[in-house]
Design a protein around this ligand. Structure first.
Ligand code: ZN
Length: 61
């Protein structure tokens, strides 16, 4: 169990990247999120630290 990056709850993660994880519920929410809605930019904001982590991890090799 690890803390979900999006909802902040300790759930079984379906996506794990570095120290970040996303639970099944949020993974589903991501796939149905409409880019035209405000909630999409909210999700993107929450994912920003995740993308930074991925870049840093790749730089570390
Ligand atoms: Zn979640």
């Amino acid at each position: 169990m690890s803390k979900c990056l999006l909802c902040g709850e300790e759930k079984e993660a379906v996506i794990v990247i570095g120290e970040y994880s996303i639970c099944t519920f949020c993974e589903k929410a991501l796939t149905i999120t409409d880019p035209k809605k405000n909630e999409y930019s909210e999700v993107v904001d929450k994912l920003r630290p995740l993308s930074r982590e991925i870049i840093e991890a790749s730089l570390r090799g």
